[in-house]
Design a protein. Structure first.
Length: 486
């Protein structure tokens, strides 16, 4: 009798446990501001969420199960979503997971995230701030496409691939590509209307078609030295691009410059064997082409039609500069080197060479500055540095003078570091101090770069602040500072 009375109670209790204590196989829910997250406990994935959600603080675990993934389309087109917090248990984010979340302004991806699928943040038009996981190696296709409010992203070292359309149509004004990047895919930076300059490091071996097309504010770009083909439509519609240097080793120039209406000068190496039809179509402002070979070599290039821009330009054939066999009239630093020789700032590195690509040493840099100042005698003939002892060395008086003028106080511990390399921001700091000026700012590197840019020293120069500075660019900056306007 008692058993019969207890049976309904037991059945009811079982039903309640089924409803309110979900098992691993069930779809679980988690309350956040404005709605619910739906969680697949079997895979550890946030699969979907209510469209009414305004803020989503995703927990590290739900009912004791770790949250390891955000599924495809989980928050897609959630127009009212303004904030998301992703825990450091998440390792992957699916396709279009946050696509078209037009109120989302900031995102931080923890270092646990190793994989993004296609278009994770595409069309997030209010997105302004992004912190990427240092574990990522790829920025996949469409990741930040049409993120029109996004003006900048710091790419972590370790990124190797920028996928197709990854930043296309975004609002970025600048982008620093780390030296780990090897691939800049098709249309990866197309239609970035506010992008003004881009330094593509030599680590990049694949440069895709249309990669920088219709970047209408782009004025300068540095191409990597390892490419052999100039891609199709690379700069099409870049109406403010005024000059471009094609790196040595390129053999094929596809129709990269179509409708670059403000393009004035192009430097073409003697390695080029073919310029296809339409390469310079619509380049109505092109006036000067600096070719690295002879007139005979130029005539042997396989030249396609619809290159009316070339027809109106003056072709300048290579001639040695200042007697150096490694500097010719087609080099962007040619005038600077000639000026430096005329002003007795440099005599080269011997055997009729200037060694423009060699990284400048601290000894060479201060010597350039000292000679540009007229080679003044230092107030004291006693060196404050333990590694500067040879009074007959070419750099001796220069080092003493630089120390006295506060241009440099060495590398610490009484050492000057004669053969140590200098980066661009260090060179800019030297030049600023030599000019008797001060670069203000809490970040000395950024302050030095800002001063150099404001002083006009970097015009026509493509660089990364922390990259080693070659001899050519030290002389170029000196020329810009002291000789270009003369």
């Amino acid at each position: 009798m008692k058993v019969r009375k207890l049976l309904p109670f037991v059945l009811a209790l079982g039903l309640a446990l089924t409803l309110f204590l979900p098992t691993q196989a069930a779809e679980l829910t988690y309350e956040v501001t404005g709605g619910k997250l739906y969680f697949d406990a079997a895979t550890g994935t946030i699969t979907r969420s209510d469209m009414t959600i305004t803020e989503a603080d995703i927990p590290a675990e739900i009912y004791g199960v770790p949250v390891t993934a955000i599924g495809s389309y989980a928050f897609n087109q959630h127009q009212d979503l303004t904030r998301v917090t992703i825990p450091d248990t998440v390792t992957s984010i699916g396709r279009q997971a946050f696509g078209a979340c037009r109120s989302l302004e900031q995102i931080v991806l923890p270092d646990s995230v190793t994989t993004l699928d296609q278009g994770v943040f595409s069309s997030c038009t209010a997105l302004k701030s992004v912190t990427l996981s240092r574990s990522l190696t790829t920025i996949p296709r469409d990741t930040f496409a049409a993120c029109s409010s996004l003006t900048g992203v710091t790419l972590p070292e370790g990124i190797t691939t920028i996928g197709r359309d990854a930043f296309s149509g975004s609002g970025i004004t600048s982008l620093t590509l780390p030296n780990s990047v090897t691939t800049l895919s098709d249309s990866s930076l197309a239609d970035c209307k506010k992008l003004q300059s881009l330094y593509i490091p030599d680590s990049v071996t694949y440069l895709g078609e249309w990669a920088l097309s219709n970047c209408t504010s782009l004025t300068s770009v540095r191409l990597p030295s390892g490419i052999t083909t100039l891609p199709m439509r690379l700069f099409e519609g870049c109406i403010n691009l005024e000059s471009c240097v094609i790196p040595d080793g390129v053999t094929l120039m596809n129709d990269a410059f179509r409708f670059c209406t403000n393009l004035k000068t192009v430097t073409i190496p003697d390695s080029v064997t073919q310029i296809v039809s339409g390469t310079f179509y619509g380049c109505d402002s092109l006036t000067d082409v600096y070719y690295g070979g002879t007139a005979l070599q130029w005539s042997q290039i396989e030249m396609g039609g619809l290159n009316d821009g070339l027809d109106q330009a003056t072709i300048h054939f290579a001639q040695p500069v200042a007697g150096f066999t490694d500097v010719d009239t087609g080099d962007y630093f040619a005038q600077a080197v000639q000026w430096a020789v005329d002003e007795k700032i440099t005599t080269g590195t011997g055997n009729n060479t200037f060694s423009p690509a060699s990284t400048v040493t601290r000894a060479e840099a201060v010597t350039f500055l000292w000679r540009a100042a007229g080679s003044p005698a230092p107030a004291s003939s006693v060196s404050p540095f333990s590694d500067v002892t040879d009074k007959n060395a070419y750099y001796y008086n220069a080092v003493l003078w630089a120390a006295e003028k506060g241009i440099t106080d060495g590398m610490g511990g009484g050492v000057f570091g004669l053969s140590s390399a200098l980066s661009y921001d260090q060179i800019f700091t030297f030049l600023c101090r030599a000019a008797g000026e001060t670069a203000s700012g809490s970040d000395w590197s950024a302050a030095a770069v800002n001063w150099a840019q404001a002083s006009g020293l970097t015009e026509g120069l493509n660089f990364t602040p922390k990259a080693s500075c070659p001899r050519s660019d030290v002389v170029y900056c000196l020329w810009k500072q002291l000789g270009a306007a003369a």
